[in-house]
Design a protein. Structure first.
Length: 276
């Protein structure tokens, strides 16, 4: 009889410790990272794998303070000289600008001062549109019969900050970059990044405009007006609730006050169970 009672007592204590373990796991789970539902991208497209989304092929357009290179060539080198302020070849980013190209800074009104032709409005135009416009003016005014005009946009950047692996400023290559390209370049979101509420800050007409993208929704991503980024855009990834509950002290990761309160409550509950 005594052995049986001793056995039942041990069994009861074992059950209490099992309960302790279960409560501990539940507590750690509650403070862990998000569920797969909060992490996976394009979840709506998984249910419709044959979905076709038409993308608008947008390219970078010139904005005030941008820097551009313009080169004009003709069979007559003397005429070419009139429209191209020469200088030494300039290496900038991924390309080398030829000697007959000149570096212009777009003013606050979106204009540049071009030799002979005078003031040209270039803001809101692509480099192809600018080149075609200058070529047309040269021909229409009988200045050059056979001009070859080349325009290059340079020093174009965007920034990615917040919960990504490699935050920083990145160059826009080939004058086109998507939000997915930008996140890939920055090493993707960390496990603590909020995928449902990605923020893109863009300057439009002298104002700061904020756009939101939900990476968990393919429709939200591909139909967003900021799917294609522009120069000076800032992509911000906010921390999720798990990261927000945490703090850093001397580089050591420490749980929040709420975590320790929960842990103390758990310990109290276990102590009560053991005494019974």
């Amino acid at each position: 009889m005594i052995k049986k009672m001793h056995y039942l007592d041990k069994k009861m204590k074992f059950s209490k410790f099992m309960l302790l373990g279960a409560l501990g796991v539940a507590l750690l789970t509650a403070t862990s990272c998000g569920t797969p539902k909060d992490v996976a991208y394009f979840q709506d497209l998984n249910n419709n794998p044959d979905t076709v989304i038409t993308l608008q092929n947008k390219v970078i357009t010139v904005k005030p303070t941008d820097k551009i290179y313009i080169g004009v060539k003709s069979k007559d080198p003397q005429i070419t000289q009139l429209f191209s302020l020469t200088g030494t070849a300039t290496s900038y980013s991924t390309s080398t600008i030829a000697k007959d190209a000149y570096y212009y800074t777009v003013d606050s009104k979106g204009n540049i001062d071009f030799p002979v032709l005078g003031t040209l409005h270039v803001a809101g135009r692509t480099r192809e549109q600018i080149a075609e416009g200058i070529k047309k003016l040269l021909v229409d005014r009988n200045l050059v019969k056979d001009p070859v005009v080349t325009v290059s946009l340079t020093n174009l950047h965007y920034s990615v900050i917040g919960e990504v692996a490699r935050p920083g400023q990145y160059e826009i290559e080939d004058e086109k970059v998507t939000i997915l390209d930008a996140l890939s370049k920055a090493g993707d979101l960390t496990i603590y990044g909020t995928r449902e509420d990605v923020m893109v800050l863009r300057q439009e007409n002298g104002h700061q405009k904020i756009y939101k993208i939900n990476l968990c929704s393919g429709n939200s991503v591909f139909n967003s007006p900021v799917y294609y980024l522009q120069q000076n855009d800032v992509v911000y990834i906010s921390p999720n609730e798990t990261k927000a509950r945490q703090s850093t002290v001397n580089g050591n990761n420490v749980r929040s006050t709420g975590f320790w309160i929960s842990l103390a409550s758990l310990a109290t509950s276990v102590a009560v169970l053991i005494k019974k």
